[in-house]
Design a protein around this ligand. Structure first.
Ligand code: PEP
Ligand code: MN
Length: 357
């Protein structure tokens, strides 16, 4: 009769043999994975699994029951599948893994991605040349170099103001040139990308279009910076992959914009996911903007959320400004008027001085 100690020694030897065999099996699985990739065949193959189960059943002499062994082998199959899929996973072009240093994008003398922190502001929608001109004059006075404004508006209701379209882009360009500003404006449709190139300095892809893959590919094929907003309920992984659609077509000038996501919380229009900023910073090499207007939907939260965005390292803050917000054709409740803009910028300038120590 063998002692307990002897039996345990035998188990240890078998475990080591199993370990060696499992790893040997894994190496063959990797080789199979390589061949499958070469032939464009999927890793998971249920017919092959069934064949292996049948083989086990035919040869099983116990004491394990075949069902129990199937369970063990199922775990081995799944672990092997994980091995193949890890190898299939491509390193994304937008990832830090692919490019260690930050992508720096320069727009109208303002750099994004090099540690500078700036503002992009303007009305929710372009309504008239007078309206845009009034805002532009204020921005110029505040040292803001990029004016935003929607000419194509993605509205919840088709009966709401849809934007002025191309004439709206022309207004933006004309006024921006008068005040030496750069223009950022949203494009909703692939067919409008090319015509917009003459008028905008940055193409905005809005939250509702974050997964409009054809539009992403279309802006990926032009030589113009793109500001990509996070989708209404998009995970960070989906957001990063949306950016990958753009970069995979060749355009590397992408700025990510956290603009809040839909949650059960009703106190704000959306929930500003402030931790997305350092996560995106860690996982990608792209500049990051925080939109404090659409994330909060509340004027009383603009200053604290902008401070949070700057403190956490955002490259820029986006906010909406209108000469008379009460009469605005969209987002009337949340745009700053000029007095509020002045107060906001005074606070920001003080805060940035403190931050920069
Ligand atoms: C906008 O910035 O004009 C806008 C519509 O924002 P979002 O796409 O983030 O809702
Ligand atoms: Mn708006």
């Amino acid at each position: 009769m063998e002692t307990l100690e002897q039996l345990r020694q035998q188990i240890d030897i078998i475990n080591l043999q199993l370990l060696e065999l499992l790893n040997e099996r894994a190496r063959i699985v990797q080789e199979i994975g390589k061949q499958k990739r070469g032939h464009g065949i999927k890793s998971f193959d249920p017919i092959r699994e069934r064949e292996i189960f049948d083989l086990i059943e035919k040869n099983n002499q116990g004491p394990y029951e075949t069902k129990a062994l199937e369970h063990v082998f199922k775990t081995i199959f799944q672990t092997s599948l994980g091995l193949q899929e890890n190898e299939n996973k491509k390193i994304l072009l937008v990832s830090r893994e692919n490019q260690l240093e930050n992508t720096v994008i320069e727009i109208n003398g303002v750099k994004f991605g090099n540690g500078e922190q700036s503002f992009m502001m303007g009305p929710c929608a372009v309504e008239s040349i007078e309206q845009v001109r009034a805002v532009a004059a204020q921005l110029k006075e505040q040292g803001v170099k990029i004016i935003r404004g929607g000419a194509y508006k993605p509205r919840t209701s088709p009966y709401d103001f849809q934007g002025l379209g191309l004439p709206g882009l022309k207004i933006l360009r004309q006024v921006a040139d008068e005040f030496d500003l750069a223009v950022i404006s949203e494009i909703l449709d692939s067919k409008d990308v090319k015509p917009a190139l003459d008028y905008v300095d940055v193409i905005q892809i809005g939250a509702r279009n974050m997964q409009n893959f054809e539009l992403l590919k279309a802006v990926g094929r032009v030589n113009k910076p793109v500001l990509l907003k996070r989708g209404l309920s998009a995970t960070i992984e989906e957001f990063v992959h949306a950016a990958e659609y753009i970069i995979s077509e060749g355009n590397r000038q992408i700025i990510l914009c956290e603009r809040g996501i839909r949650t059960y919380e009703k106190a704000t229009r959306n929930t500003l996911d402030i931790s997305a900023v350092p996560i995106l910073r860690k996982e990608t090499h792209l500049p990051i903007v925080v939109d404090i207007t659409h994330s909060t939907g509340r004027k009383d939260l603009l200053i604290p959320t902008a401070k949070a965005a700057l403190a956490i390292g955002a490259d820029a803050v986006m906010a909406e400004v209108h000469p008379d917000p009460a009469t605005a054709l969209s987002d009337a409740a949340q745009q700053m008027n000029f007095t509020e803009l002045q107060e906001f910028m005074d606070e920001m300038k003080k805060f940035l001085m403190k931050l920069q120590g």
